[in-house]
Design a binder for this molecule. Sequence first.
Ligand code: URA
Length: 231
Amino acid sequence: MRLDKYLSQLGIASRAACKDLIRRGAVTVNGSCHVKPELHVTEEDDIRVEGRPVVLEEFEYYVLNKPAGYLTAREDLHKKVVMELVPSSRRDLSPVGRLDEDTEGVLLITNDGMLNHRLLRPDNHVAKKYLAKVDTPLPADAKERLESPMDLKDFVTAGGSYEQVDAYSAYLTITEGKYHQVKRMFGALGCKVTELRRVSFGSLTCDDLDAGECRRLTEEELRALKGEAEK
Ligand code: URA
């Protein structure tokens, strides 16, 4: 990875500020300060900023705006996987929860196993908000039905929170995360989901990211998520 990108991803400073640091000679790589922002570096290099070694954090947290066409997986022999879009070479990162291959939107990725576990615990009720587009007009009783417990054969939903956008699209917020849950809930109304986007996961959103873009969480986002995980 480029030196300026590497430093900014470690949270040293913004990308532009890291370029300045490098040009000012404040950054050394393996003892040399004659380095350029575009120099390719790896975790094996001894990188120092103003004499202090940059340390890899124990935990990394990313938010990805998952594009359709990617599996929520670490690797796959045939298909593209979300981990290809995460700008880190760490092998211990994994997605928190799962979005279907054709689903887009907010996906948290981390190596913080405890946070992952806490956020997904069924009794934690982290709200996940989806925007669904469907193939037939939504029925008049959609709100009532989706907000009431719904029997999906293998489990009964807790009831979501529904906001209709137009005849063919609506937001649905759920606190569980069963397999294909949103598609199945709309399916029970006789509507096939043609597009699905997760717009938030707890307080986490990714409105600033284009599809396929991934960035580190800000301190504030992380603090908020950790608070939600404690509930
Ligand atoms: N519900 C679904 O049906 N699919 C997803 O990807 C997420 C929630």
